[in-house]
Each structure stands twice: as structure tokens, then as C-alpha cells.
Design a protein around this ligand. Structure first.
Ligand code: SF4
Ligand code: SF4
Length: 285
């Protein structure tokens, strides 16, 4: 089935008023620990602490999708963005995509990942019709990465410090390359963390652009309680604006991100997560 891949409201701002997305919360575990994330309060790869009303099994997510499309026909995108990482839960993620590909092949399929575990699944993602992937990369220097990630898990091995940041970075950069080789549109999410990486973001933009990434989304850190970065002040436009201005010379910038929940649904900025919460709950019962 031919998809209209232009109708992704995050990748194409012009469609944001008419096309919506749903995040299916099927991925509870994570394979890294970012110092801004506290999944007690929920967390998505896009650095938005919020809540997900439920975690769904793949078959429940497919049923939920049916119900959502009935109530909100403007949905054009089905994505998985947490509450952990899609590839720390690869069975759930791929099974959900398989079911959606059978039932709703016209939808745009989108995944948001830290990039750590995605590499073994690139061919299958392509086959399943995944057209858009976001990789969150906030540092391309392991010294800086070591300040952002407290640990990185590779199979049964847990790495800390620069070693962990280096392993993660290698996977992330290989993921961009592999996704682009398969013709998949790639967005880079970069969390801007004052005092940690704001002077480094231009390098992140350049390295990702050189690998063929299509667009970058600089997201101001949203300080979350009970995390090492809880006391960092959220950067404002005076910080993000000049960073975007510089980076747009090498890579297109997304400027309309709403830092959505892991169970967001509807048009960007007009979220129906709460309104559809009952629908999700009945699917998870
Ligand atoms: Fe939290 Fe996402 Fe980082 Fe995992 S990758 S620790 S879910 S922000
Ligand atoms: Fe789009 Fe940003 Fe929301 Fe992700 S968090 S769905 S990129 S608006």
C-alpha cells in the first residue's frame, strides 16, 4: 500500500493543523539511564516527563488504534515513543508494527529511540513500512555523554561513564547511517542541557547532518524531580534560538515540538490523551 509520508505533523509543520499522531505505549523498559529521566513519573525519548495512562500489549495497542481512528480520523501517524525505549522491548515493538501493518497499512509508522538497540532490526523496520525514526543524540563526545547517561546496558553488560557513552554513541551513529541506507527519514532529538552540552550541540548537528540525518529537534531540558538534573534551570528561547540559528546552516530544524507524552494522541497541541484515556483503559483490561 502506498503511504503519503508527507502527512507527518512533526516532520512537516504545514500538516500539523490537519494531521495527528498517536503514541502507542507498548515499550516500558529502557536500556540506558539518562540523568534527566525518572520513569517513576514516566519518560519518553523526547525528554518529556508526563504520564502514560497504561502500558499496552501489542494486541491491545492494535485494538486501541482501531478505536482511536474511529474517534479521531485525522490521525495519520502511529508511533512508539516509550514510556521506555522501543528497542529495549523489541518483541513488543515489532509485533505492534506487524499488527498495524496488517490492519492499517495506510498509516505512517514512526519510532523514537535512543538508538542503543535498533541496529539488528533495521531491515525488518523497512519491511514493515516504518518510514520515520527519531534517534535522541545529545552528545557526540563520550566525555560529555558520560555526564548525561548514568549507565548503558548492552545485553547483560552494564557500562558506566565514558565507556557507556562511547558504546551508545557508536550505536547511534551506525543507526543513522543504516536508516538512511534504507531510505528512512531520520530526525535527531537533542536535549539541550545548560552547563552540560549547550556549547556542544553545534557539533552534534554537524556530525548527524554529515551522516545524512534529515532534521534536528533541539528540546530544552525539562527538569524532572528526583533526577541528577532536577535543579538545572530549563533553558529558554534565548539559549535555544541562537543554537537553532547556527545549526540550521547544516540541518533543518524542527521548531514546533510539543514534548508529547508517551501516550499522546491527536493533533499536536490539541492532545486527546486524557479524553481517550478510557478507550485505552478498556483495551488494557
Ligand atoms: Fe528515559 Fe528515554 Fe533516556 Fe530511557 S532513553 S532513560 S526512557 S529518556
Ligand atoms: Fe512530534 Fe515532538 Fe510530539 Fe514527538 S514530542 S510527537 S516530535 S511534537
Amino acid at each position: 500500500m502506498q503511504k503519503d509520508t508527507t502527512k507527518h505533523p512533526c516532520f512537516n509543520k504545514e500538516t500539523a493543523g490537519s494531521c495527528g499522531r498517536v503514541h502507542l505505549p507498548v515499550a516500558p523498559k529502557c536500556n540506558i539511564q539518562c540523568n534527566y529521566c525518572n520513569r517513576k513519573y514516566d519518560c519518553v525519548n523526547e525528554s518529556r516527563p508526563g504520564v502514560t495512562s497504561s502500558v499496552l500489549k501489542p494486541f491491545q495497542a492494535a485494538e486501541y488504534m482501531d478505536a482511536v481512528l474511529e474517534k479521531e480520523p485525522r490521525i495519520t501517524v502511529a508511533g512508539i515513543a516509550g514510556p521506555g525505549d522501543p528497542f529495549a522491548n523489541p518483541e513488543e515493538t515489532l509485533e505492534t508494527m506487524r499488527l498495524l501493518n496488517k490492519k492499517h497499512p495506510h498509516l505512517i509508522f514512526c519510532l523514537s529511540s535512543n538508538g542503543m538497540g535498533i541496529l539488528p532490526y533495521l531491515d525488518e523496520l523497512k519491511e514493515l513500512g516504518v518510514s520515520h525514526v527519531t534517534i535522541t543524540i545529545s552528545a557526540i563526545d563520550p566525555k560529555i555523554g558520560a555526564k548525561i547517561y548514568s549507565w548503558v546496558k548492552d545485553g547483560k553488560v552494564v557500562y558506566h561513564g565514558e565507556k557507556g557513552a562511547k558504546v551508545l554513541l557508536e550505536r547511534q551513529l551506525a543507526a543513522i547511517k543504516g536508516l538512511k541506507e534504507r531510505g528512512i527519514t531520520v530526525k535527531i532529538n537533542s536535549i539541550v542541557i545548560p552547563g552540560i552540552n549547550e556549547h556542544h550541540i553545534a557539533e552534534v548537528s554537524k556530525v548527524c547532518a554529515d551522516l545524512g540525518a534529515d532534521i534536528q529537534n533541539m528540546i530544552p531540558l525539562k527538569p524532572t524531580a528526583d533526577t541528577p538534573f532536577a535543579d538545572i534551570i530549563e533553558p529558554g528561547h534565548e539559549t535555544i534560538g541562537p543554537l537553532r540559528k547556527e545549526a540550521c546552516k547544516v540541518i533543518e530544524q524542527m521548531t514546533h515540538c510539543r514534548r508529547c507524552r508517551a501516550d499522546a494522541v491527536g493533533l499536536l497541541g490539541d492532545d486527546k490523551s486524557v479524553a481517550l484515556c478510557g478507550t485505552m483503559k478498556s483495551c488494557s483490561e
